[in-house]
Design a protein. Sequence first.
Length: 277
Amino acid sequence: MTEWRLDIALLQAAARLPGPQPRFEAELLLGHALGRDRAWLFAHGNESLAVAQQTAFTALLERRIGGEPVAYLIGARGFWTLDLAVQPGVLIPRPETELLVELALPRLARDGRLADLGTGSGAIALAIASERPAAHVTAVDISTDALAVAQRNATATGIGNVVFRHGDWLTPLAGERFTVIVSNPPYLAADDPHLQQGDLRFEPALALASGDDGLDAIRRIIADAPSHLTPGGYLLLEHGWTQGEAVRALLAAHGFVEVCTALDLEQRERVTSARWL
Ligand code: GLN
């Protein structure tokens, strides 16, 4: 193999990567192959890669070109202020989900009790717990793989005020009440063509799709939440951008008040909150 300078390797890799952020992705993959962060790469652009490093980087690059999500290839994704471990079997945290965190925080008292249903990597529960260290956060998931990842993230971030429960939505929380319940549940229709595109092809269907209209999980949560909320408590749900009206109607039909939907950065209906009196 010919000598391969780091800055040239990055340029050539970025030219081969599809998508909107080829340079950034090339840096994440090379950083992972070298065990270095992006800042280190900037300062060492004129160094040559060892053969083993070239091989490792090329292998990651080929897998990315084959469609595998960058987050799974490097085993990490940033969310809120946290660097979270992710792996196949858990949903990759999305930037739009930070809206759910932003809306939950002002509704959660300093020492409030919050439940995060379908915690996946733990993104929402850990972000909120990191901002409210005196709050009691309970994170639930039906996937033991996801719970293992979420627990690992709690340990790695040093966040101690989250407990983890295994089970289906509110089922493992029998007899418990919370001041805030949040969830980013699966909300795509089972036949949504997006499931065959991009990162979604590699993510767990359980975390993405929910019945014929995508609302099965949301219906379950809305029906069961009242018996787990303290009076005046809040339920906040992320949903698809075309589902706002249906979610508001379900909440109103179950007796929730102050039902309102917030828009994400793309001005699409994304998170609906409601209050239980
Ligand atoms: N709560 C996790 C997240 O928002 C996982 C959500 C899911 O798997 N649907 O990233």
